[in-house]
Design a binder for this molecule. Structure first.
Ligand code: NAP
Ligand code: MG
Length: 462
């Protein structure tokens, strides 16, 4: 058990204003592994002051130098990959191999992409008789969730740094240790004092103080739609910019011409990865009625094969929420073909890979984000029916389409109300814009689109 007593503010680890702490629990064995300070409004204020003081210097730093710091950050993440992966596994519970390749691998790629973009982005352009400058928005308040604890920080911090913004980060209470390593990495990378500050703490205390702070210019939030809605309202009342990356209930549409076995197997893997704690997971599989029984059998077999190779959920509260949804699915008449609400182990917050068949579009399990290893398989009559079901939730974050012919899949994807669609198992692209249609959010992350969120324009006329 390690008791950390500092928060990273103005380039140094400083004691918190108050005495309260947060216990960090390993979800695989339910042991307390560390404590971190539970920051208050006073700590947030100190961090925002540091970020404000550092802003003019960092904003005026040549983009090539900001690019060099981002490249150094990427190199530190590479050098400390194993330590970070072990920390993610300890506080989130994901299998170590997944922590290495995804939880650390993706942030390395994203930090590298912003090192390149900072060096090449056009921060100044001529439009007729005007010069347009793309200037940093200012002090960013970043609030992140636990499900991809490093990626979700880097997806905000890297573009903010590239843009010339300064940052106060409030990470999730469940995964503060990964955030501490990121702050150490930023320090090691030679990013000047005050440019990135870390306040650990509870959402309704430290998070809310950050959102309400009058000297924060932009709030960037990833998490639940319920909290995002409140943050958006608070930011709106203060005429403050806000970016919201919220929940999803994405559809995996398998058209009749597709390679059914491949589409189902990749679809199951997509949902079970990270124990289903992925906002963009394709948690609704849509299959034509003629192929439905075969697809359900394939999905049940694939899910059962995962057994206990998936990790636990992040917390007892998350497990209780997911089990509640599984019980609700059974009560509403969905047919359980794999998994179920019972715990597969005595210790740890595990839930078995679960598949529901005979799910109809209006059922709770087909409408609400479960955020656990639970797949719903729905039956469609024809393509129009599939489209209506795919678009029939309040969300629109991601999705997948499978067809024998790429053009057929693309034509369907173009009609989906969603921000990102994988065609026939397309690969992750760290430069592609990521973000939601409808209630899945406001704004985009990654690549040039993510960078633009942290910039505002000024035009001079000649
Ligand atoms: P959450 O409450 O929305 O947490 C996200 C972040 O917001 C955390 O850092 C949280 O702090 C903070 N926060 C909470 N209340 C706040 C407030 N009033 N003001 C400012 N910040 C606040 O999400 P959760 O409770 O961890 O998870 C609940 C559900 O949200 C999940 O079951 C899932 O459905 C969804 N979720 C979605 C995503 C996504 O990527 N879209 C990610 C995580 C969760 P604390 O850590 O202290 O709560
Ligand atoms: Mg919460």
């Amino acid at each position: 058990m390690k008791a950390h007593d500092g928060m990273y503010i103005d380039g140094a680890w400083r004691p918190a204003a108050g005495k309260d702490v947060i216990e960090v629990v390993n979800p695989a064995d339910e042991q307390v592994i560390a404590t971190v300070p539970a920051g208050t409004a006073e700590d947030v204020d100190a961090a925002v002051r540091a970020a404000r003081a550092a802003l003019p210097g960092w904003a005026a730093t040549p983009p090539a130098e900001r690019a060099a710091r981002l490249a150094a950050l990427r190199d530190v993440l590479v050098a400390r990959e194993e330590e970070i992966a072990e920390t993610v596994t300890a506080e989130l519970g994901s299998p170590l191999a997944f922590s290495r390749t995804v939880h650390v691998g993706v942030p390395i790629a994203v930090a590298g992409s912003y090192a390149d973009l900072a060096a090449t982005y056009v921060f100044e352009e001529k439009v007729g008789n005007s010069t347009v400058y793309h200037e940093p928005v200012g002090v960013v308040g970043a609030i992140t969730p636990w499900n991809y604890p490093l990626h979700q920080i880097v997806a905000k911090a890297a573009p903010a740094l590239a843009a010339g913004c300064t940052i106060v980060l409030k990470p999730a209470e469940d995964t503060p240790l990964t955030a501490r390593l990121l702050a150490e990495a930023v320090h090691e990378a030679g990013v000047p004092a005050g440019v990135l500050n870390l306040v650990t703490g509870l959402g309704p205390v430290a998070g809310q103080a950050l959102v309400e702070h009058p000297d924060v210019d932009l709030v960037s939030f990833t998490g639940s739609t319920a909290v995002g809605r409140r943050i958006g309202a608070t930011a709106g009342a203060a005429v403050k910019r806000v970016a919201l990356e919220l929940g999803g209930k994405s559809a995996n549409v398998i058209l009749p011409s597709a390679d059914l076995a491949r589409a189902v197997n990749v679809g199951v893997a997509n949902v079970m990865a990270n124990s289903g704690q992925t906002c963009s997971a394709w948690t609704r599989m849509l299959v034509h009625r003629d192929q439905y029984d075969e697809a359900v059998e394939l999905a049940a077999t694939a899910a059962a094969k995962y057994g206990d190779r998936i990790g636990p959920l992040v917390s007892a509260a998350q497990r209780a929420r997911v089990r509640g949804y599984i019980e609700k699915g059974i009560a509403e008449g969905a047919r359980l073909v794999a998994g179920g609400p019972e715990s597969p182990r005595d210790k740890g917050y595990f839930v078995s890979p679960t598949v529901f068949a005979d799910v109809t579009p209006e059922m709770t399990v087909a409408q609400e984000e479960i955020f656990g290893p639970v797949l719903c398989v729905l039956r469609y009559e024809d393509e129009e029916d599939a489209l209506r079901i795919a678009n029939g939730t309040v969300y629109g974050l991601a999705g997948a389409v499978w067809a024998g012919d790429e053009a057929e899949a693309v034509a369907f994807a173009r009609r989906m109300d969603t921000g990102q669609v994988d065609i026939n198992g397309g690969r992750f692209n760290p430069l592609a814009p990521f973000g939601g249609y409808k209630q899945s959010g406001v704004g985009r992350e990654l690549g040039t689109y993510g960078l633009a969120e942290y910039l505002q324009t000024k035009s001079l006329q000649f």
